[in-house]
Structure formats: C-alpha cells, structure tokens
Design a protein around this ligand. Structure first.
Ligand code: HSE
Length: 468
C-alpha cells in the first residue's frame, strides 16, 4: 500500500515512483549525477564503519525501510557495509553479500548514491570522503574530528561537484542543531552558541556528583554504553567538544577554526572535592563549549565551568547534551537531547540520508549544500577573555595567609566576591575557596603563578571558570 501511495504521489509530481525502473545510469560526475537522481526514487547507501554508530544506522535503515518509505516516499536500501572487523557480533543481522572488508567496494560501486562515513578519525577517513565525492557520491558523516580539521576542503570539493555533505550527527548526537543553524536560524546573525556537547564527560561528571562514583568507574560505564570515542582521551581531554565547537563556529559565524586555535581544557583535573564545594556554593560543574561573538571577533573555549544551580544547563545530566543558541532575531533557544550513543546518532545520520535523497530529486541547490557567511574575522585570545573564577588554594592554616593571597590578587586587579576556609586544622593544609568577580585570564594566570610560589601554598591552585 505504502509503495502504491508513494507511486501515486510520484505520479502527481511527475517523477518516477518507488516501484518504477531506473533510467540508464550516466557515467560521469556532477550535474549528470543530479539528473540521474531526479528520476530515481530508489536510493542506495553504502556504509563505511560498522561500529556502534554504523550498526545502529544499518539497523535503523534496514528495519525501518517501509516506515521510511511511507514517511519520505523514498526506498532507501543499504547495499554495502564495510569494516575491517566483520566477524564481531553486531546488534543487526545483515545479508552476507552486503558485508565487505574493502573500502573500494563501496567507493567504486556505481550503484551507490550516498556514502556514509562512520569510521571516525582522520586517516583514512579524509581520503575516503574526498574520493567518495570525486566518484560523484553524496556523503553523510558523523566525523567531527575530520570536519574540524578538513571541513573546508571537503565542503569546497562537494560544492564544486554539486554534491551534498550531511553532518547532522557530528554535533549533539540526535539533536538537530546543524539543521537549526543552517536552516532554522538562517535569517539570524548568531551572537552566542554554548552548551554541553560531550556526552561522555557529562555522564562522568554527573555520576561523580550524583552517585559519588570515582572518575575511572564512571568512564568505564560510559565506554560500556558506547558513548565514548574509540580513544576516550578525546572525550575527557575536551578534544571532542573542541572539534564540535569548531563545527558550530563554522555554521554560526562562518569562520573556519582549527582545533588548536580553540582553548581546550578537559575534565581530568576535576576532583570530587571541587564538585562538592561547588555544590555547597550553589553551582554544578559542567564541561562547556562556548562561542561568544563580540563585534567582528569571537571567543571560542572549552573548559570545565561552574554554573549556578538555577541555570537550565545545570540540570542536564548523564549522556544528555544541551546547546543554547542566541540569534539577533530569534533570541535565546535551548536544544536538549541524547548527545551520544548508537540510536540517537543513527537518528541524525538517517535524517541526513533522507534529506539528501529528497534533494537528489530536486534540481536546485538546497540546504544540504554547505555555504557560509563570514560574520567574524578573528578568534579572541583566551588571555584577553574576562571571566569569573572559582579558586581552591591548598594553604597552610595560619594568620596572614589570606592577606598574602588577596594582596597578590589585588595587584593584578582581581576583585574577590567571596572567601571561605572550609576546615580548621592547625598546622596542616586546608582548602581556601575564593570566588572572584570578572577578571582577565592573563591577570589570573600571572596572579596564580605568583601565589603558587608562596611558601604557605602547598599544592597547585585549582582554578575553574564560572559562567552565569
Ligand atoms: N564521544 C562522544 C560523546 C560521542 O561522548 O559525546 C558523540 O559525539
């Protein structure tokens, strides 16, 4: 029935229906590929990378083929899945003939319209994506490391060949943030994008705060759930958030920023005591990725951040992501959803496939062609950014210590908002917590360098930035 209704719709629209036969395939790239697609309602997909996400995408496409036909009028089939490890058990049953260990079998299969790159990493993913485009295939990828490193090259080639690159799954798992920035807010000048965009780190911090789990146990749990990257250091070092922030910056502000231009600090230095102290002061600690425009420059930074409990982001826990976007017309918006894991990410990948497949039927450049307007010229140096800070000094408990600390802070024009000595232990080390008003990062670094040299300070001072 569904096939028939899609045929009926196709008839009305004057295009070939789901059940129709295809015209002879053209042999060259570019415009001809688009023409070929115009008559074709059968879409063939090749997946490269059969890990957590690849398996979830294959499962969604195969088990929902009819469902997607009814919702989109397209018959999308998976014709090849490539991975170097084919014997591993996956949560989806795939016909043997679909599986291959050879990337070429996907890239050079003339049947395949869309290549879905889910290998992750830069090598060989970059070559795979570029070659897929050269072969006249549209590409869908979830690879944020690749896009933050080589997005410009990829989009340039895709545009030159009139092909689409879908990357909804690269940021925020299943949250449609890419589409929102590209389409929903196309009328807006974006002023601010910030949020929690690494599910693994958020999961770890939540488990440490709520269940008092040790860092390594929380990380192991995140890995077992399939949230973490193949190399989980990317998650906990802030690298994954940094990659995603560079993609958001490209979409939001039109500026191509390499990961090493973004100040990035992960969550490995966060101690349970800081989570507890922060909570007593009315704050949660979250790994935030922040992009703030001011004039023609933008602040881009990733770091653990104290946010007040009254702030909406403080309640975002577990693997959930949340992203604030402020546009000059639309005002403030909050996107919230599962930011990692097979199923939510497969939702985003499939939405890209359907969107591209629909565009293949239209002979005009649509939302899946990536274009940018440059709204800023430079990234502000982190040293010039002003923020509020939480400082935890490990100090000897004796008269005059506070005066020494506050004297140095004053020397660097850092104003104190509150001071608290948490315990009283004669002749041993005690935590002294200071919350500051806004201070420049450059001044804070210089002050802490000087303070940490004092004989009354026994450990490197913990410094966490505060927002909100
Ligand atoms: N490792 C990533 C995360 C997966 O934890 O958010 C989604 O990009």
């Amino acid at each position: 029935m569904a096939g028939r209704s899609a045929d009926w719709l196709a008839h009305l629209l004057g295009v070939q229906g789901v059940g129709g036969s295809n015209p002879p395939a053209p042999t060259s790239l570019g415009q001809k590929s688009i023409k070929k697609a115009y008559y074709m309602r059968k879409i063939k997909v090749g997946i490269i990378g059969f890990g957590t996400i690849g398996a979830a995408v294959a499962k969604a496409l195969m088990s929902r083929r009819q469902f997607l036909k009814e919702k989109s009028g397209l018959d999308i089939s998976v014709v090849k899945i490539c991975d170097k490890e084919l014997r591993k058990k996956r949560p989806v049953k795939v016909p043997r003939k679909v599986l291959t260990g050879s990337i070429s079998r996907v890239l050079y299969d003339p049947e395949i319209d869309i290549v879905v790159e889910l290998m992750g990493g830069l090598i060989p993913a970059k070559d795979v994506v570029l070659e897929a485009l050269r072969q006249g295939k549209h590409v869908v990828t979830a690879n944020k490391a690749l896009l933050s490193d080589s997005g410009s090259d990829i989009f340039k080639l895709a545009n030159a060949l009139d092909l689409c690159v879908g990357f909804e799954a690269s940021v925020g798992g299943g949250i449609p943030i890419i589409r929102a920035l590209k389409e929903g807010f196309v009328a807006d000048r974006i002023d601010l994008v910030y949020g929690i965009i690494n599910g693994t780190s958020n999961f770890i911090l939540s488990k440490m705060a709520e269940e008092k789990l040790a860092f390594k146990d929380a990380l192991a749990l995140a890995q077992a759930n399939g949230y973490a990257e193949r190399d989980p250091r990317l998650d906990i070092s802030g690298g994954d958030s940094c990659h995603k922030l560079s993609i958001l910056a490209l979409l939001g502000f039109g500026i191509a920023v390499k990961p090493d231009e973004i100040y990035t600090e992960g969550i490995t230095g966060i101690e349970p005591s800081d989570i507890q102290f922060a909570r007593e002061y009315g704050y949660a600690i979250k790994l935030l990725a922040i992009a703030k425009r001011s004039g023609r420059s933008v602040e881009l930074r990733v770091h653990p951040t104290l946010i007040p409990h009254k702030h909406l982001l403080s309640d975002v826990s577990g693997v959930y992501n949340a992203i604030f976007v402020k546009g000059d017309l639309v005002g403030e918006n909050l996107f919230y959803g599962r930011g990692a894991g097979g199923e939510p990410t497969s939702s985003a990948v499939v939405s890209d496939i359907v969107s591209i497949a629909k565009n293949m039927s239209d002979d005009y450049k649509s939302a899946d062609y990536v274009t940018f307007r440059k709204d800023v010229d430079r990234v502000k140096k982190i040293e010039d950014v002003s923020m509020k800070y939480y400082l935890r000094f490990s100090a000897v408990d004796k008269p005059g210590v506070l005066a020494k600390i506050s004297g140095i802070l004053a020397k660097y024009s850092i104003s104190i908002a509150s001071v608290n000595q948490v315990q009283r232990k004669a002749s041993s080390i005690v935590p002294v917590i200071i919350m500051t008003h806004e201070a420049r990062e450059r001044d804070m670094r210089a002050a802490l360098k000087e303070i940490d040299r004092l004989s009354v300070i026994k450990k490197k001072t913990v410094r966490i930035r505060v927002e909100g």
